[in-house]
Design a protein around this ligand. Structure first.
Ligand code: ZN
Length: 319
């Protein structure tokens, strides 16, 4: 039987868990759905990620409001993907902060990405008619940025670690607590999406930089929060292993003169024993292998996913 397209048949609501990681540091996880977070300043909040729609974001804010009624001054978006940014208006933030290249990507492909992700993950788009349009940043940066939290709370730092899950991912770092919000650069017990990725950079220098922070807790893009130095390193190692296995298998098939479909089969069978049961594995793999194949073909800047191209690649590889 043909596999249903991407996550279009995944309609069961997920259990949400609000975790308090430190004084005024929150993460909301949801069994592999995109994670969100928040950090309290002395008289404001920094929110991290915005969910797919304002209605979905308001559900998260309602939980946060049981802990604090401070206003959201900053909304930090780790990258441009629709399911993380289109709920931004609900936060009424003074500033929306992204990396310079994320701004470029939103202008270049934000519309197409919206249609693509809506088709792939309809359950995440609660009341999609409430989305006012593309989310555009009010502040961007290239290397790093610091937000003083006030009082004795220390600083919140934003850092670019190189090209990875997209061209413009950033990590959010609390040096005082050694807590990192890593966006989709690190996943813990969730499959990686690499359809817009730079596999070679991500699996080498970028993850090296992420590891050098020595985080004692990591909130990844999806999946569970790590709670120790060892667990955090294990999540980084898992992310790297997933990427390296894709690189090894796809390169091997190309070396033997195989096809894209052969590469998909090889990568799938290498990864499925360890990662096949994790959220969104089947959903991601066709898009992942297509992008890696393109990279080996010399396509540096990722091709734009459209709703139509999604369906064609799915039919060719998972159909
Ligand atoms: Zn993403």
């Amino acid at each position: 039987m043909a596999k249903p397209f991407a996550s279009s048949a995944d309609l069961e609501p997920k259990q949400e868990t609000l975790e308090v990681l430190g004084s005024g540091v929150y993460a909301l996880t949801a069994e592999g759905d995109p994670n969100v977070g928040a950090v309290e300043g002395e008289d404001f909040i920094v929110a991290i990620e915005a969910r797919a729609t304002p209605a979905a974001a308001r559900d998260w804010l309602a939980q946060l409001r049981q802990r604090t009624d401070k206003p959201v001054r900053y909304l930090v978006l780790t990258h441009y993907h629709a399911v993380r940014v289109l709920g931004a208006s609900a936060f009424e933030a003074e500033e929306i902060i992204v990396h310079d290249l994320t701004r470029t990507l939103i202008e270049e492909r934000g519309k197409e990405d919206w249609a693509s992700e809506f088709g792939r993950m309809p359950r995440l788009f609660k009341e999609p008619e409430g989305i006012p349009g593309l989310t555009r940043p009010t502040m961007t940066f290239a290397a790093s940025m610091t937000i003083p939290l006030g009082g004795s709370r220390g600083d919140l730092e934003l850092h670019y670690c190189g090209r990875g899950h997209t061209a413009g991912d950033i990590v959010v770092w609390l040096p005082k607590d050694k807590i990192m919000f890593a966006g989709d650069l690190v996943e813990s017990e969730a499959a990686l999406y690499t359809g817009d990725a730079f596999h070679m950079d991500w699996s080498t220098a970028t993850l090296d930089r992420v590891a050098r922070f020595g985080a004692e807790a990591i909130v990844g893009g999806r999946g569970r929060v790590t709670k120790s130095r060892a667990e955090s390193q294990a999540a980084i190692d898992q992310t790297r292993h997933f990427l390296n296995e894709m690189r090894r298998t796809v390169k091997d098939v190309r070396g033997r003169g195989g096809t894209l479909k052969d590469a998909f089969a090889a990568a799938h069978s290498a990864l499925a024993p360890r990662y096949g049961k994790w959220p969104i594995f089947e959903h991601c793999m066709p898009f992942n292998v297509q992008r890696l194949w393109d990279e080996y073909d010399g396509v540096d800047w990722p091709r734009i996913w459209t709703a139509e191209r999604d369906r064609a690649v799915w039919a060719a590889l998972q159909g």
